[in-house]
Design a protein around this ligand. Sequence first.
Ligand SMILES: Nc1ncnc2c1ncn2[C@@H]1O[C@H](COP(=O)(O)OP(=O)(O)OP(=O)(O)O)[C@@H](O)[C@H]1O
Ligand SMILES: [Mg+2]
Length: 272
Amino acid sequence: MPFIDVKRLSVHDPVQQSHLVANITFSLHRQRCLAVIGESGSGKSTIAKTLIGLISPSLKVDGEIIFDGEKLTTQTVKGWRGKRIGFISQDAMNAFNPIETIGHQMIETFHQHLGLRGKEGELHAIAGLESVHLKNPYQLMKTYPYELSGGMLQRVMIAITMMLSPDVIIADEPTASLDAYNRREVIMQLQRMKEETGAALIVISHDLGVVQAIADELLVMHQGVMLEHGSAAKIFTSPQHPQTKHLLETRLRLSKPLEALRQQNRMEAAPC
Ligand SMILES: Nc1ncnc2c1ncn2[C@@H]1O[C@H](COP(=O)(O)OP(=O)(O)OP(=O)(O)O)[C@@H](O)[C@H]1O
Ligand SMILES: [Mg+2]
């Protein structure tokens, strides 16, 4: 049985009388990574937000989302967010409370979801920050979100998500504001989580170097509908739709330097 089963998912804007996404169907097993690609505005974040229950209440959602055999509803998703479903959002700055320190927010989250108290929570936070290579973690815990760059906040968000060890991780452009070194580190960490904890990953990315390095399956979006869905290797080598072909050609040209990253990941994944 797939871990995530999405059936005929549509999101409709009653004011504009238009669909943000229509008829999205896919399923995903544990330890698998689905990458969602497509041009800007094609509906990628809308799918992610719907899966995590963070879609604007003014929009109407149709279809069915099943997580681990249970139907996702507005009520159930609230309890699952964080511990069962981790979300790394595209907008790191807005993911944090501006008037609380990073440390306070991390410790609070670990207390709420994992029941960690005092020193235990602090050590968990430090371990998380170290795992994403953020320097001086004790100092960093005392800072406020506005004192950190977008890339640093992104890494803090990734650290929190990973330390909660959720069953599903939905990552919306997780590497967008990172440099090449940290991009590679984050990909390797996501991959490690998938292998070690059995998490299912849904990664949205414009960066096809990242997608090639991590995705088992691919979902190609265009103007709110699915163009193609299937094995990532197959779609990369023989895209069926002309629009997919165009997207892959233009995007691959931009992400050529990451070919090295893919090769390196392959080599590291290979048994000695
Ligand atoms: N709350 C909302 N109400 C109405 N329309 C919305 C809302 N949020 C997004 N949209 C529209 O839905 C469409 C899909 O947006 P979405 O953010 O899902 O695209 P995306 O593929 O993630 O784009 P990007 O690559 O730029 O992040 C866009 O036309 C956008 O303007
Ligand atoms: Mg988006």
